[in-house]
Design a binder for this molecule. Sequence first.
Ligand SMILES: C[S@@+](CC[C@H](N)C(=O)[O-])C[C@H]1O[C@@H](n2cnc3c(N)ncnc32)[C@H](O)[C@@H]1O
Length: 554
Amino acid sequence: MKLPARFEETMKELLGSEAEAFFASYGQPKTTGLRINGRKLGAPAFVSRFGEPGQPIPWAEGGFYTGEDDRPGKQLAYDLGLYYIQEPSAMLPVELLDVRPGHRVLDLCAAPGGKSTQMLSKLQGRGLLVTNDNASERTKALAKNIERAGAAGTVVTNEEPERLAVTFGGFFDRVLVDAPCSGEGMFRKDESMVREWERHSVERCAAMQRDIVRQAARMVAPGGKLVYSTCTFSPLENEGTVAALLAEFPDFVVEPVRTPAEWGFGPGRPDWLNAEQTAGLDAERLATLTGAVRVWPHRSRGEGHFAAVLVRRGEAGAEPAAEEKDSSEKGQAAEEGASGEPGWTFPLLLGPANDDATLEGTARKAKGGRGSETLPKSRKGVGMQPKSERGGEAQPKKKPVAPPARELRDKLLAFAKQSLPGWRPVGRLLARGERLYLLPEDAPSLDGLNAVRPGWLLGAATKHRFEPSQALAMGTRMEDAALSLRLSGSEEAALKYWKGDTLQPDPEGIVGPDGRPAGGNGWVLVCIDGFPAGWGRWDGATLKNELLPGWRRA
Ligand SMILES: C[S@@+](CC[C@H](N)C(=O)[O-])C[C@H]1O[C@@H](n2cnc3c(N)ncnc32)[C@H](O)[C@@H]1O
């Protein structure tokens, strides 16, 4: 591989006698891996069903090395969201972030969502994940990856960090900045990164990173943690960016990363910075940067990475008790919410954000079909705006004409009662046009932010009924559905379903939550190997495939 001359010179200078081994690693195969989605099943359950995907990655829960010739992206288990394909070193930052159920978490530079899906695994459906990227075209893949993994408790935004910091000042227990960088650690994985390196100069990247971490720091709660990571070796982008943060924010300290020697990680190298790059830091504080971690391809089984864990000092006990926060939410929700029908509880709240008065602002953002990838075609564009926006008489001071949130909720409840009786979501509903989203009860208002998904997209209420989204299917369980078609991944019908074909299953195969033939017709949750794949509409003879084109296999 032809490496940029300037990069070679710098690395020789930095690594000295180790440089030879470092450059020799470019002749070795790149490392690849996948990570089991603990939100859907644990690694032991995955292994007992599908076999061991490879050797375990020692630093990543549910992580496995894959072989160069493996094609994990071609497996149905991938489409079902049972794992995410991720480079092994890239699994380290979230492990260091120590995300726990009930935490409020921000992934600030998130697309395409590898680390966000890892955070979802750790949250176990409790808490809040705000996942953001400032590149709008990249948030499509981000939203889809989140939804495949099971999107409960997630908000996807397309924002600049400084705008998020206005809404979320001091809010998050955990913040990840997986920063845009010069990508030196990815040369072996992706040769195009060598060309990109010249374009994204180290200096330009470092300036961008400083702006991003400054805003990220503002959003960390006292006692909370921030992990800063890159996939580059450049000291300016790594220790240099963290040094700038430490100089500007005296209440942040480096928490030293301690890992077993056999993993081969190296320490942070503040000694590789010059005086200008460490301005504002005394020697003692600068030395704490050795507590960061560097993954070297010639020492570890992973591509090049850097990560530093920073803790924002707070009052003693400021670190929120993650699980406690969660259970109080549940209690409140169960108390206030119900469908009003005996024997049928549905703990969904209609929070203040769902008053008709707030519908107008949110519906306006839906114009243009943004965020509609997981809804049937009929729901895109037309009819998404309040009437006042579709022409007709101007109604400047009047309330918007979007369907009242309560009406939407009632349609959702009717759908859930009939088609998803086992589903027990908790949180606050948010209506945007005809779409309904669910978000954790204590999520702050997203007004003014560009939210690609202002919560878990449940579906859309049409004039006559509620149409469930693909995101809802991927985030529920087979047993929740009144009607399901349970296919095995080895059956031809499973592949046909993923291709978008209509199915004609034996009516005995449409079963209830107990797995027995159910009779009746309506929405059917199509499941493969025990996991939801999407929706179908059953009329007693034919199962109409409701899988959207963007989710089908070519
Ligand atoms: C290294 S990639 C993130 C990879 C991602 N964390 C994952 O694991 O899949 C960096 C991302 O930062 C985004 N980005 C660049 N500048 C940004 C900014 N100012 N604010 C937020 N995101 C930014 C890029 O669009 C890119 O998607």
